[in-house]
Design a protein around this ligand. Structure first.
Ligand SMILES: C[S@@+](CC[C@H](N)C(=O)[O-])C[C@H]1O[C@@H](n2cnc3c(N)ncnc32)[C@H](O)[C@@H]1O
Length: 478
């Protein structure tokens, strides 16, 4: 507990508050900041501290008001503009972020940081060519800055030039080391483009240069596993686990490789990391893989409408970029609510303008707090991130209106009498057996109306098999 003496030096107090916020000790910083505000005249510096504190405590409205006050008090201070730009970017107000960053560039045309911020905001606004130009200027000013280089590579890829994007990442690495984040970004780039051997090579180069990092070994394991080198992948995963025993991403991949018993669901941090990183390419990639679930769900929704007429509200769990919303948008339905754990997937969905409401949350937490019901609840390719389904199904069942349908897709797990009804597969998704699905749906208060075999999409040239299920709430027993 911090105590405040009347004789305290206000400057030292302000420094102390800043240090506490930096250390994540917002609870301790709050009373000290309040005391500082009584001792010191109002200033942009105090507004800035209050903004950082409010953001650290998750109070984004308050943080924004403090940032606004700081900028209003000193509109010509580029550093304040940049602070507010970063905050606005983090909280999804990309327009404001771009305007502030642009102001900072105007105030100081040599400010590479402001140019990089502007580039990132333009990228989030879907203007990759402009983003690329700004980030190129930032990188030219500071060629050794790995964060600028990584952002430029992202913009360059989004601008349709993946070869140049990879060259930018590769150019920032040296055989004797270089930035770890940049190396991991380059490895991830190779994995995403299915250049698994090159990914292993980059990881190996890093290891030889003395890099010791859980993520690097985790990615190496992922690439090796994709090449069918399962023994080598297991070694890499084991190394990753030693280095980052608590890292949710690593733990999930390690479990998927069979080295750890699998958890009952994919960890939220893992999901966010995977889908935030995937959001921009998701639609193109899934369409390229012949993803069939939106079409199959549309067919089922149309069938439902044929019996009940226009219907709503509708809930899309794990809505992602909104491909299901697109598939049903022309039907007499609505309003449509989407929930997803990944802010970037939601940003793509928002851009499609189909959903009345989009919420960023873990579906399990979100459902637990809801009093309302839906006539249709849809879940396309999202239950594959849960192993045991009972918790989620019990949360969904009371949220279905009488006569409503729950339409979901799952990946098929081949029956095996010896094992449980679900298992975690190497790619990090869960598959479920038909018998388990039947049993768990019934146990959680549903009647299974239909469970149709369904090709979900193609993967490595082969169909991924699963089911499209329609379930209704079981009639109440009196
Ligand atoms: C394969 S995508 C499918 C997206 C969409 N339903 C579709 O069919 O196009 C899976 C989505 O589920 C989301 N997701 C996975 N687990 C989740 C959870 N526990 N809570 C909220 N969203 C989740 C992911 O972020 C991702 O956007």
């Amino acid at each position: 507990m911090e105590t405040i003496h009347a004789s305290v030096d206000p400057v030292a107090l302000v420094h102390r508050v800043g240090a506490l916020i930096d250390a994540g000790r917002c609870g301790a910083a709050g009373p000290l900041l309040a005391a500082a505000r009584q001792l010191i005249e109002p200033s942009p510096e105090l507004n800035l501290l209050a903004a950082r504190l409010a953001e650290g405590q998750g109070e984004h409205g308050l943080a924004r008001a403090e940032f606004d006050a700081a900028v209003e008090a000193a509109p010509d201070q580029g550093s304040l503009r940049k602070r507010r730009a970063s905050f606005c970017h983090r909280t999804g107000d990309f327009e404001r972020a771009a305007r502030d960053a642009a102001e900072a560039v105007i105030l100081d045309p040599q400010d590479a940081d402001a140019k990089a911020l502007l580039g990132s905001a333009l990228l989030s606004l879907g203007r990759p060519a402009d983003a690329r130009a700004c980030l190129t200027e930032a990188c030219t000013a500071q060629p050794g800055n790995p964060a600028y280089r990584e952002a430029l590579a992202v913009a360059t890829e989004a601008d349709g030039d993946p070869d140049a994007a990879f060259a930018i990442l590769r150019g920032g690495l040296s055989p004797t080391g270089g930035s770890l984040n940049l190396r991991n970004a380059a490895i991830l780039f190779c994995i995403r483009h299915r250049a698994f051997r090159q990914a292993v090579g980059l990881a190996e180069e890093g290891r030889i240069a003395g890099t010791v990092d859980a993520c690097l070994f985790g990615l190496k394991g992922h690439a090796q596993s994709s090449l069918g080198m399962h023994a080598e992948a297991a070694e890499s995963y084991a190394e990753a686990l030693k280095l980052g025993p608590g890292d949710p991403y690593v733990r999930h991949l390690v479990a998927a490789s069979g080295l750890l018993p699998s958890a009952k669901r994919a960890p939220p941090d893992y999901l966010r990391a995977v889908f935030d990183g995937y959001a921009e390419r998701f639609d193109d990639h899934l369409i390229g893989l012949g993803y069939r679930i939106p079409g199959a769900i549309r067919h089922t929704v149309a069938e439902y409408l044929g019996t009940v007429g226009p219907c709503g509200p509708i809930l899309d769990l794990g809505c992602g970029t909104g491909l299901i919303g697109v598939a049903i948008a022309d039907l007499p339905i609505g309003p449509l609510t989407g929930v997803d754990i990944s802010g970037r997937m939601l940003a793509e969905a928002r851009a499609k303008g189909i959903y009345a409401t989009l919420e960023e949350a873990d579906v399990l937490d979100w459902l637990a707090d809801r009093p309302d019901t839906w006539q249709l609840i849809l879940a396309g390719d999202v239950l594959c991130y849960f192993g045991a389904l009972d918790g989620l199904l019990r949360a969904i069942q009371p949220r279905l209106a009488p006569g409503g349908w729950f339409v979901l897709s799952v990946e098929e797990r081949r029956e095996d009498a010896e094992e449980s009804g679900w298992s975690l597969q190497r790619q990090g998704r869960y598959a479920h057996s038909r018998a388990y699905l039947d049993e768990v749906l019934r146990a959680c208060g549903f009647v299974v109306r239909r469970m149709d075999a369904q090709v979900i999409r193609m993967e490595a040239g082969a169909p991924v098999l699963g089911y499209l299920i329609v379930a209704e709430p079981a009639p109440a027993v009196h």
